[in-house]
Design a protein around this ligand. Structure first.
Ligand SMILES: *Cc1c(COP(=O)(O)O)cnc(C)c1O
Length: 365
């Protein structure tokens, strides 16, 4: 028998979550963001659930090619644009739309030979200071692109750094939105501003929204809101089984470093899942986990291949009991990936992207 750990990807949940994005911004077209191998879900596995999107956004050219090979004929946007001049050949061949965020990318376009003019998204650095032209350079870049025979339509985009910030935190999107509006006023072209947090929380108008994390069933502004609040469903389940149990006496310790000590007689279970499967090693004791659908917590350090869980709330559990590390458990039990991420001092994004290659992944239906 193979080791009992597996990940399940639910196309129905992906489709449901995409529909939530549409409902939040009914007038916008929706890019399903599938960078990083569809946030760890697998591009080919995520595709059936997300094919109702108006386009796909990603940044790896090999992934763009894979998406065309899956049969996608609609728009594909390269979120970081081209990395070197010859990438433009692939853009021409596969009809990829691409972000232009720096002067060199315009130089490459000006030297590119193509029959098909390109659709480009000109990126404004409105304050995040990662990619994009600053407000002073933006119009010049726009005029340069507009004058190139290699360019068809120029669209305008920016990216928010604080769309997930709690109300009253002093951070938010207002400042960047004002910078965008001032820099783009009276420029023609479609607009794209929102990531998941911005489209769910702020519903900023625009022609295209870029829905990433919400598609996969994680709340972009957790813990202010959870997936229940936003009506999202987990697209990934990571599950395994108990492969041993231990009856502890008061004073017994568990795992490397003996960081955890039993205060009373207690039963624990050993789960076939560790950090080499992508489970966060930084998850301290009491990170939530489901055993036979019942919520309990981890005890002691996570090791490479195993972790331990408290069986006190599940006295009937034993060898072979189902353990849900995140996602959907037996019956209608559910453990949001965000709850696990929080206990490990990280975010759902990182956990789903870090699912290890040794974990077999299956698509539901
Ligand atoms: C990753 C990314 C997104 C999607 O962000 P989420 O928070 O996952 O919705 C949107 N826009 C850009 C430019 C990105 O890089």
């Amino acid at each position: 028998m193979p080791r009992p750990i597996e990940a399940l990807v639910d196309p129905g949940a992906l489709a449901h979550n995409l529909a939530r994005a549409r409902a939040a911004v009914p007038d916008a077209r929706v890019w399903a963001v599938v960078k990083a191998n569809a946030y760890g879900h697998g591009l080919a596995r995520a595709y059936p659930g997300l094919r109702g999107a108006d386009g796909f956004a990603l940044l790896d050219l090999a992934e763009a090619r894979a998406l065309r090979d899956l049969g996608w004929r609609g728009p594909i946007l390269l979120l970081e644009g081209c990395f070197e001049p010859r990438d433009l050949e692939l853009c021409s061949r596969l009809a990829l739309w691409h972000v232009v965020h720096t002067e060199a990318q315009i130089d490459w376009l000006a030297a590119h030979k193509t029959q098909q003019p390109h659709r480009v998204f000109l990126k404004l650095n409105s304050g995040m200071n990662r990619l994009g032209f600053g407000p002073a350079a933006f119009r010049g870049a726009w005029a340069r692109l507009q004058a190139l025979p290699q360019v068809d339509e120029v669209s305008l985009m920016t990216h928010f750094s604080d769309a997930d910030a709690p109300e009253g935190s002093g951070r938010g999107i207002e400042r960047q939105l004002a910078v965008f509006e001032a820099a783009t006023r009276d420029l023609p072209g479609e607009r794209s501003l929102c990531n998941s947090a911005a489209l769910l929380r702020h519903r900023v108008p625009g022609d295209w929204v870029r829905a990433g994390i919400l598609c996969y069933g994680s709340a972009p502004d957790h813990p202010a809101h959870d997936i229940r609040h936003w009506g999202l469903q987990p697209a990934m389940t990571l599950r395994s089984k108990l492969i041993a149990t231990q009856d502890l006496q008061p004073g017994d310790t568990v795992g490397y470093g003996s960081t955890w000590r039993a205060e009373a007689a207690q039963r624990i279970g050993i789960v076939a899942c560790g950090y080499a499967d992508g489970y966060p090693r930084h998850a301290g004791s009491d990170t939530p986990v489901l055993v036979d659908g019942v919520r309990t917590g981890t005890v002691g350090r996570v090791s490479m291949d195993m972790l331990a869980v408290d069986l006190t709330p599940v006295p009937g559990a034993g060898l072979g009991s189902e353990v849900t590390l995140w996602g959907r458990g037996p019956g209608d039990s559910l453990l949001a990936i965000d709850d696990v991420a929080r206990a490990a001092g990280t975010i759902g994004y990182e956990l789903m992207c870090a699912l290890a290659p040794r974990v077999p992944v299956r698509s539901l239906a």
